[in-house]
Design a protein around this ligand. Structure first.
Ligand code: ZN
Ligand code: ZN
Length: 485
């Protein structure tokens, strides 16, 4: 077993920051020491295998991205990152654990959907990975299968109030699943948008000749998100099931979450970097209402109007803890042959944005601009994801006994985000390792830099070089949520 000392940095947790040296033995953190401590000898640095100088830098627990979709089949194609490319990009960006969604489709057994995901991910991940279970067809068989999930280390499952004919559950199905979840202690994750109504609006827009990606945002109106969020909260309340609403983007949906939380309910919300920074007008409308460039930013829930103030409301919700986490909903598609499927009909554009590599940086920029504290950054990106999904203690914290998943972050560094090559094929000087032919974050500048990334004691990234490998990442058998009040 090799030993490693991270020396001279500022260790940041969800509750504070302190100058400390971090000692790693094998895969675990074994000590967090006051600088200059002689408790473990007068020259600890000389007795370890590797010393990492973190002077002037932050030492934080590795990021946990609790919402990703590697290799997800969607709309006649599949998400362009494999478990290998997606988790490699994650490591580059300081994320050392992901929780992906295993898919059960209507008519298929939950067990075979899960087995298929283990096949895709097993031996291919550069960082640790867990699964949530999508239940795409709630029936007697899948309800029964939910009983085995906890033993499989899968303690959360997702339902969809959108995508009729694909993943959609009606209210009766949601009610039954939540009753079962409450009994088992599973966290219910909800895609909260009124899908049947959205599909009518989308068809009407299409028939009026409004076929560009901008209209994806118009069809998926905020009223559809607020209404579904409210309905999910009421069904959860009735069944006493804890509820986690994924990818919240409408300020009215945050208000629904806040109201439920004010009544003492175990209702939680996640937002994503795209809902903090990007908008209907600037991105979905890029190239004009009839242009196609906006396809890069077609995701659901959609980017919202900046004029209506949704982005500011997301930052505020993160500060007030009405939103508890930021995940990416990483679901990348290339423009060529993928997003292009929806040329002339926005309904056929595969839904998703690739962000897994940039989440830690994009949120750190919120610290720079004063939207978040340094501690809140750590809490939103690592500590709460660990607690919410039953990993805390092993993940999400720098403390003796925890996995040595550690990021050394340089606040004096700089990161230029964007696609890595120019159209002529020459290097752009930007950073991008996701398997995409564009970046949804082209031109974003970050006043900070992910310097060193360590996963269970192994250095995956240092000095701008990737040292990791597919197969290093292990499956995370998760416990029940540790976040309930
Ligand atoms: Zn969703
Ligand atoms: Zn998703």
């Amino acid at each position: 077993m090799s030993t490693l000392l991270i020396k001279g940095g500022t260790v940041v947790s969800a509750t504070g920051r302190t100058e400390a040296d971090v000692l790693v033995d094998g895969e675990r953190i074994v000590a967090v020491l006051q600088p200059g401590s002689t408790l473990l000898g007068h020259d600890l640095a000389a007795s370890v295998d590797t010393v990492i100088d973190a002077a002037g830098k932050y030492v934080i627990p590795g990021g946990i991205d609790a919402h990703t979709h590697m290799e997800l089949p969607f709309g006649g194609t599949q998400a362009s990152d494999t478990f290998e490319t997606g988790t490699t990009a994650a490591a580059w960006g300081g994320t050392t654990s992901i929780i992906d969604f295993a898919v059960q489709k209507y008519g298929e057994a939950v067990e075979s959907g899960l087995a298929a995901w283990h096949d895709k991910a097993g031996g291919n991940c550069a960082v640790d990975y867990g699964f949530h279970q999508i239940i795409g067809g709630v029936d007697e068989q899948s309800l029964k299968a939910m009983e085995t999930l906890v033993d499989e280390g899968i303690t959360s499952y997702k339902l969809f109030m959108a995508y009729p004919g694909v993943f959609y559950s009606d209210d009766a199905q949601i009610l039954k699943a939540m009753q079962k979840a409450a009994e088992l202690g599973l966290m219910t994750m909800m895609h909260a948008e009124n899908g049947p109504a959205i599909d009518v609006l989308a068809e009407q827009l299409y028939n009026q000749g409004k076929t560009g990606p901008y209209y994806h945002g118009i069809a998926r109106a905020w009223q559809m998100e607020e209404e579904a969020t409210h309905r999910a909260i009421m069904l959860a309340d009735l069944t006493d099931a804890p509820l986690y609403v994924v990818h919240v983007s409408a300020k009215q949906a945050v208000a629904q979450l806040a109201a439920a939380r004010d009544r003492g309910k175990n209702v939680f919300g996640e937002t994503c970097p795209q809902y903090l920074y990007l908008s209907l007008e600037e991105q979905l409308g890029a190239g004009g209402k009839d242009g196609f460039e906006g396809a890069k930013w077609v995701c659901s829930t959609p980017l919202r109007s900046r004029e209506e103030g949704h982005q500011d409301a997301m930052w505020q919700g993160l500060r007030t803890n009405d939103l508890q986490m930021v995940s990416t909903d990483h679901c990348p598609f290339c423009m060529k042959d993928q997003k292009e499927l929806g040329k002339g009909d926005f309904r056929a554009i595969p839904n998703g944005i690739g962000s897994i590599e940039h989440r830690m940086d994009l949120l750190y920029q919120g610290v720079v601009t004063g939207e978040l504290t340094l501690e809140r950054w750590v809490e939103l990106t690592s500590t709460t994801p660990a607690r919410m999904f039953g990993l805390y203690g092993t993940k999400g914290v720098i403390a003796p006994g925890a996995d040595a998943d550690i990021v050394v972050y340089d606040p004096a560094g700089h990161t230029s985000i964007g696609y890595d090559t120019l159209p002529d094929g020459s290097p752009s000087g930007r950073s991008h390792h996701m398997n995409m032919d564009h970046s949804a974050w082209e031109g974003f500048e970050i006043d900070g830099h992910v310097d060193v990334v360590i996963s269970r004691g192994s250095v995956l990234v240092s000095d701008g070089t990737f040292h990791g490998r597919a197969g290093h990442g292990r499956f995370l058998k998760r416990g029940l949520t540790q976040y309930l009040s």
